[in-house]
Design a protein around this ligand. Structure first.
Ligand code: GLN
Length: 527
């Protein structure tokens, strides 16, 4: 039997619903349950793939090639589950399914409406009946209670709670602001948010109160009685030193136990979560700082979310605190590159699209190669390492990627034949996990400790194999290749401390309990 947990947010956005959903998932897993977590986003885009990172942060890619919200990264990092396209749903996808069906004539002449047609499609996806069997399906709803656009999702939850009875539980995350002048924490916004939900026919079972100051039992009691929620079902989410402390804090307050009781499931013993605690122990020991420069064009934390988390996790296991410094590639010149990269133990050349900031990435790659500063290039970052090598070692001053210069004869990064005729923005990329064979004797093979790996991609352009021999003769080796297409997935320069570029995105598969080997080795080298 599958049980359903719905996670909504109230008062303000950015409270960390994704972290709470992931923590609930983690705690239930620790009790031996098979779980999945999915995100329903109320915007109209079919997927976040075409969204500028300034709009919505990083685009996270699942193994089956779905471009999704960055919260799915939290789900995977916390729980180790592998999400798929079914774990990410938007209003746009819901409507598209319903409209396509209507065009095919499947509704036999009926009037198509938000209720029941849209809500039925939402419910169908929330239930995941034709999927793998889960003990718990956790569904996080994007946005905030009261948003016009999330109304159909809440109506679907209302109906499901009615239909599923005891097998559905609603968790609501709200904010309790602290007013400095009055020296008081205020629960009124929470009461309003719960009232709003009640107005839509949903009584939350569990409240998680986000707060910057500790809430007294009296406060929790007040919220419980004003909101019709049991006292043990009111927990608080205080600021923590790291997001990875949240599951433990939730467990100590009995969040998982409260949820299980709501389902009528015997609670049993509190699981030890020894692996997680061992990780937190490393985190406490990770005090010494190591500085890594992120050369990219997006000056916002969330744009490189998974890269940041992967560096952070690898740092923790190496017991160092990785201090990340954003270095705007648009501002890097041949004259100032030394100054810009000064003090960095290692450099990360970040992924991206389009011409903005690429020359700075190329200059950075040249500087780190010629000064033997450990460098990790991902996707566009790897492509820039390849272009730099062509320009400055192979002697092709006009070397470029087809993306940036469609005319150059030295198109060392080129469009794949199969992609040439595609014009629509969504869906023209190489997306999702592909196999890669690692070359005997290469550094990457030693790092991974295996010959065949599988990593996730999100790009249109590829290393041009016509130049492969020239690269290898001159010292940049193509050490990872797709076994079917022979496309180059990894380049490295042996002899340098660490100079590796990957066409794929290793950052998507780092998790708390299994940090990624490339990030681990990179940090081990520079620490
Ligand atoms: N813009 C490059 C491409 O499409 C790299 C993409 C990326 O870095 N994710 O191939």
């Amino acid at each position: 039997m599958t049980r359903y947990i719905f996670v909504t947010g109230g008062v303000v956005s950015s409270l960390g619903k994704g972290i709470i959903s992931s923590s609930i998932g983690k705690l239930l897993q620790a009790r031996g349950y098979n779980i999945t977590i999915q995100k329903f986003d109320p915007y109209i885009n079919i997927d976040p793939g075409t969204l500028n990172p300034y709009e919505h942060g990083e685009c996270y890619v699942t193994v089956d090639g779905m471009e999704t919200d960055l919260d799915l990264g939290h789900y995977e990092r916390f729980t180790g589950i592998r999400t798929t396209r079914r774990n990410s749903v938007t209003t746009g996808r819901i409507y598209k399914t319903v409209i396509d069906r209507e065009r095919r004539g499947d509704y036999l002449g009926k009037t198509i409406q938000v209720v029941p047609h849209i809500t039925d499609e939402i419910k169908r996806r929330m239930l995941r009946v034709d999927d793998e069997q889960f003990d718990f399906v956790i569904t996080e709803i994007g946005g905030t209670i009261g948003d016009i656009e999330s109304a159909p999702f809440l109506e679907a939850i209302r109906q499901l709670r009615w239909e599923l009875g005891k097998n559905a539980v609603s968790v609501h995350l709200t904010y309790v602001p602290y007013l400095k002048a009055a020296d008081e924490l205020k629960t009124k916004p929470t009461q309003h948010s719960v009232k709003e939900m009640q107005g839509m026919g949903i009584q939350p079972d569990v409240l998680v109160l986000r707060t910057e100051k500790h809430l007294s039992d009296g406060m929790r009691q007040k919220v419980a009685s004003f909101c019709n929620v049991d006292l043990e079902c009111v927990v608080q989410s205080e600021d923590m030193p790291s997001i990875y402390d949240v599951p433990v804090s939730m467990q100590n307050q009995g969040l998982d136990a409260a949820i299980l009781r709501k389902f009528g499931i015997p609670v049993g013993e509190k699981p030890a979560m020894s692996g997680w605690h061992a990780f937190l122990e490393h985190q406490r020991n990770a005090q010494r700082e190591v500085h890594v420069g992120l050369v990219g064009k997006y000056d916002l934390q969330d744009a490189y979310k998974s890269i940041r988390e992967s560096l952070n996790l690898a740092g923790i296991y190496n017991e160092v605190k990785v201090k990340m410094h954003f270095i705007n590639s648009e501002e890097i010149t041949k004259e100032n590159v030394g100054e810009k990269l000064a003090g960095m133990a290692g450099i990360m050349i970040c992924p991206g699209f389009g011409t903005r900031g690429i020359e700075g990435k190329i200059i950075a790659a040249e500087y780190t190669r010629t000064h033997d500063i450990p460098t990790f290039g991902i996707c566009l970052g790897m492509q820039m390492m390849v272009i730099e090598f062509a320009r400055n070692v192979l002697g092709y001053a006009d070397a470029n990627s087809r993306e940036m210069d469609s005319e150059t004869p030295h198109n060392v990064i080129d469009i794949m034949e199969s992609q040439k005729n595609l014009t629509e923005m969504g869906g023209t990329m190489r997306l999702g996990a592909y196999k890669c064979l690692l070359t005997e004797g290469s550094r990457v093979k030693a790092i991974y400790g295996s010959e065949e790996i599988s990593e996730r991609h999100r790009h249109r352009y590829e290393f041009n194999n016509e130049f492969m021999a020239q690269y290898e003769e001159n010292g940049m080796l193509c050490v990872g290749k797709n076994p079917e297409s022979n496309l180059v997935e990894i380049v490295e320069i042996p002899g340098l401390k660490w100079y590796i570029g990957t066409q794929f995105h290793p950052e998507y598969s780092s998790t708390v309990l299994t940090p990624h080997p490339l990030f681990m080795d990179f940090i081990k080298t520079i620490k």
